[in-house]
Design a protein around this ligand. Structure first.
Ligand code: SIN
Length: 522
């Protein structure tokens, strides 16, 4: 390869990875996309609600900006929010150009309402199949453009190489076919870590190893304590935790407890359209108080035709479980949904390591603060993906700002006992129980100890002794727990019953980095 700088590696095939790759190709570079499962499998595919942009006649980018800042509970990076909301209409125009069939009403793109948005500004496609529709369109365009798209290739490690970029090791999911790539620009678009929680809306591949691998290589992480819980996933013993989109509440569905009462009216002036963390915690309280494992979403006031036309996937799913949402209340409970923190980047997606970029859910630009506004996540993948692509065309030095508080910890050497795959169940259980919607110092400490013990394991039968899936899961989980333990307050998605209020001294981001002296040799 003559010039590795023109052959970037993009890791991940959700909205951020595919969009970055397409834009790189359009700008004349030759990216390769690797993805650990099948190309179409990513969190993007499951996004129902839609994508936010101020394109309505009564809306403005300033209003979208203000809503984003308000939802973020004092921690939003205002310049990132400005970029997100200002660039949104142009990125939507790109999606239309690429062929995304957004739903229309009377000849215009239809706009829905979601919690904490002051205007109807959520674009959707196929009713509630927005993510699927975007993913399919981008995947087809990437195939049309002849981009190298490699399935079942897992990123195993990263090694910074200064000006030349970053070296990457790839393998199959089974740990075979190890491939060591020459240093080049690497774009992490590996998504979030929701599947590390026992109750999650995410597909099983969302295990956060992008964060673990970047951390071991020395990249600065930020905001790891902020995991967003979605208030309403379908609840039935043994059934998948299928997301019941917030957009149903935007259309008028209400939440009721076991006794049939609307408990959110007394909780917040916006009731069911209050910020997500408020709704999730109120449901959790109701569940704990009533001893019933779920509450109910009541969509029976939405006209039947509208309900079925606007939410075909949700209705299909519920019918398969014998529920007709136009007549029956839907049993729901909160789930882990979105990783707000991740690899710290600046507004061009540059991490603290030269040549390593991040975009989408794995990146932490500060744009979501302590609590992401609904439907800003697909948008983030596009807006910051575009900026990463442009940066790769004309690279310049840069990187994230120093965090308000920096924690330095040993990276976990992956040199201990062999991994036991069942240990991931312990990670998932402890994250949900001890690093979940309501946290305490005792629970966080006990979880952190367990994650550190598991994080030192290595994949058996692998002489390279690279940390495997258990070590990565445990490391990511330990970083979430460690940041949550450090943040002695409650803010946005992070709630501690021992520190139940926000504290002005904590209006700052927590960065985490591995101790330089303990990083694996390059
Ligand atoms: C939803 O449809 O409720 C999810 C939207 C989001 O997470 O932004």
């Amino acid at each position: 390869m003559k010039d590795p700088a023109r052959h970037p590696l993009v890791v991940g095939s959700g909205i951020a990875g595919l969009y970055v790759a397409l834009r790189l190709r359009e700008l004349g570079l030759r990216p390769t996309v690797v993805t650990k499962a099948r190309l179409e499998e990513s969190n993007t595919r499951y996004a129902q609600g839609g994508i936010a942009a101020a394109i309505g006649p009564d809306d403005s980018r300033s209003l979208h900006f203000e809503d984003t800042v308000r939802a973020g509970d004092g921690l939003v990076d205002r310049s990132a929010a400005r970029v997100l909301t200002w660039d949104a209409p142009a990125r939507i125009a790109d999606l239309v150009r690429l062929g995304v069939p957004f739903d229309t009403e009377e000849g215009r793109i239809a706009l829905g309402r979601e919690a904490a948005h002051s205007r109807a500004r959520i674009l959707h496609a196929g009713g509630d199949a927005t993510g699927l529709s975007i993913e399919e369109t981008l995947r087809h365009r990437a195939l049309d453009a002849g981009i190298d798209l490699l399935e079942r290739r897992v990123l195993r490690s990263l090694a910074p190489a200064g000006r030349d970029g970053v070296g990457a090791t790839l393998a199959t999911p089974e740990g075979r076919g190890i491939e060591i790539l020459d240093p080049r620009p690497v774009v992490l678009a590996t998504g979030g870590a929701g599947a590390l929680y026992r109750q999650s809306s995410n597909p099983s591949i969302a295990t956060g190893e992008g964060v673990a691998i970047a951390f071991r290589a020395g990249a600065l992480l930020s905001d790891m304590e902020f995991i967003q819980f979605h208030p309403t996933a379908f609840y039935r013993e043994g059934a998948p935790r299928f997301l019941i989109s917030e957009a149903l509440r935007g259309e008028g569905a209400v939440l009721r407890n076991d006794a049939g009462d609307r408990f959110l009216v007394a909780e917040h002036k916006d009731a069911e359209l209050a910020p997500r963390d408020v709704v999730a915690r109120a449901i959790e309280r109701e569940i704990t108080r009533g001893g019933h494992p779920n509450v109910y979403l009541d969509a029976t006031e939405i006209p039947r035709d509208r309900l079925y036309a606007r939410f075909p996937s949700v209705c299909r799913f519920l019918l398969a479980y014998g529920l007709d949402p136009s007549r029956d209340r839907i049993p729901v409970a909160p789930v882990a949904h979105y990783m707000i923190g991740g690899v710290a980047t600046d507004l061009e997606g540059r991490s603290s390591l030269r040549g390593l970029y991040a975009a989408g859910e794995v990146a932490a630009t500060g744009v979501h603060g302590a609590n992401r506004l609904a439907s800003n996540s697909l948008l983030e993948g596009l807006v910051f993906g575009e900026r990463v692509a442009r940066q790769l065309l004309h690279p310049a030095p840069g990187g994230p700002a120093a965090p308000g508080r920096l924690i330095e910890v040993p990276p976990g050497r992956g040199s201990g006992r062999p991994e036991e795959p069942d240990s991931v169940d312990e990670v998932r259980h402890r994250l949900w129980e001890e690093v979940g919607i309501v946290r305490t110092a005792d629970g966080l400490r006990s979880a952190l100890e367990a994650f550190e013990r598991l994080g030192d394991s290595v994949e058996p039968a692998r002489k390279e002794a690279l940390p495997g899936p258990v070590a990565n899961a445990a490391l990511t989980a330990s970083l979430i727990a460690r940041a949550a333990l450090a943040r002695t307050e409650s803010r946005g998605a992070h709630y501690r019953s021992d520190w139940p209020r926000p504290r002005p001294a904590w209006q700052r981001h927590i960065g985490i980095r591995s101790l330089p002296s303990e990083r694996p040799p390059r």
